[in-house]
Design a protein. Structure first.
Length: 351
């Protein structure tokens, strides 16, 4: 399945059905009067977050979605049926943006979440509605209100606990393949991952999700390489795992390059908690490991772990450090939610 994380689509809710012009015609009931029913309401355009999807590929080949119009009113005071809704099923983490690609209309963060994007038009009145004491046999009716329509953007930001960052060939895909059942492309020649990959990782008896993001290069914020398009997928993560290739000459430059791109991108990525790892240490001597680890620690101003994803060296230690930060972040979110609920319930009465 191809990966698609951004697309533009056209939405239109259903028009309301027209009312009916009818008169009661029954034996022994002269002058039965008007009994035309109202038209039905048009269908809504609804977006729903569902489990089991991780791409927007369904919206690659169909960009127009229209709800059904409401049914016509009928005689005997019968109203028209309601139009069928147009339901857009999207992965968890999908945002609905206005045409300017900045205004967020909806943010689908939980499975089962449903939001009405466009409401269907109301049905028109039948001639029974227009009956008055002076107008006993009206023949006018309402045609029904039109539905709403607009162009919107769907943008997917993968839901993951930890995000993998690093220059191309830093060993991100190798690490993900070593700790999960994800199978990203790995080879013995230089190349970069082209699409994000998700992997479920188990540390002890607990699990969490890691997102492998395509490698950044210097100038990515200006559109070089793949640009910063995929950095949105790590905006929702709780911790960043920054891998630095230990086999390159200047590990400090590699670290600073990624940090600069994070600052230029914004979105709070530069402020997220970061775990720095010197990778591919199986190809280095003890002296080289210590030398490069010291240099990297000076640039990062934080402890630096050493690891080899290919050889499995130090992998479990990295996973437990990530799990520790993830659990701390979840605890902080729980405390914030409790505080918000308490304040909402016991809000002081303003004088």
């Amino acid at each position: 399945m191809k990966f698609l994380d951004q697309c533009k689509i056209f939405l239109k809710s259903g028009d309301g059905g027209p009312g009916a012009v009818a008169f009661r015609r029954e034996k022994f009931i002269p002058n039965g009067g008007p009994d035309g029913g109202n038209g039905g309401r048009g269908g809504d355009v609804v977006i729903e977050a569902v489990d089991g999807l991780n791409t927007l590929i369904d919206y690659r080949y169909q960009q127009h979605f229209k709800a059904k119009r409401g049914g016509h009113g009928m005689g005997a005071s019968r109203s028209g049926g309601r139009g069928e809704d147009a339901v857009l099923r999207v992965p968890v983490g999908t945002q609905v943006l206005d045409e300017d690609q900045e205004t967020v209309i909806a943010d689908m963060t939980e499975v089962g979440q449903r939001i009405v994007l466009l409401k269907g038009g109301d049905g028109g009145y039948g001639n029974e509605h227009f009956k008055t004491s002076t107008n006993r046999a009206p023949r006018n009716f309402g045609p029904g209100w039109p539905g709403e329509e607009r162009w919107v953007w769907l943008r997917l930001k993968l839901i993951a606990d930890a995000g993998l960052l690093g220059l191309p060939n830093a060993g991100k895909s190798t690490f993900l393949a070593a700790v999960s059942r994800a199978r990203p492309k790995i080879a013995d020649y230089p190349f970069t991952t082209l699409v994000p990959n998700l992997g479920v990782v188990k540390a002890g008896d607990e699990e969490f999700v890691i997102a492998d993001i395509p490698g950044l290069i210097e100038g990515a914020h200006e559109g070089h390489g793949l640009g910063t398009r995929f950095l949105g997928h790590v905006e929702r993560t709780r911790v960043l795992l920054h891998l630095v290739d230990g086999t390159q000459e200047d590990v400090q430059l590699a670290y600073r390059t990624i940090r600069r791109e994070l600052r230029m991108y914004g979105g709070g990525l530069a402020d997220k908690h970061e775990v720095v790892v010197l990778n591919k240490v199986d190809a280095l001597s003890e002296e080289e490991i210590e030398f490069k680890r010291t240099k990297l620690r000076r640039s990062a101003k934080k402890p630096v772990l050493v690891m080899s994803g290919a050889a499995g060296q130090g992998v479990q230690e990295v996973l437990y450090v990530l799990l520790k930060h993830i659990k701390e972040s979840r605890a902080q979110d729980d405390e914030a939610a409790v505080d918000a609920a308490y304040k909402a319930r016991y809000r002081p009465i303003e004088e």
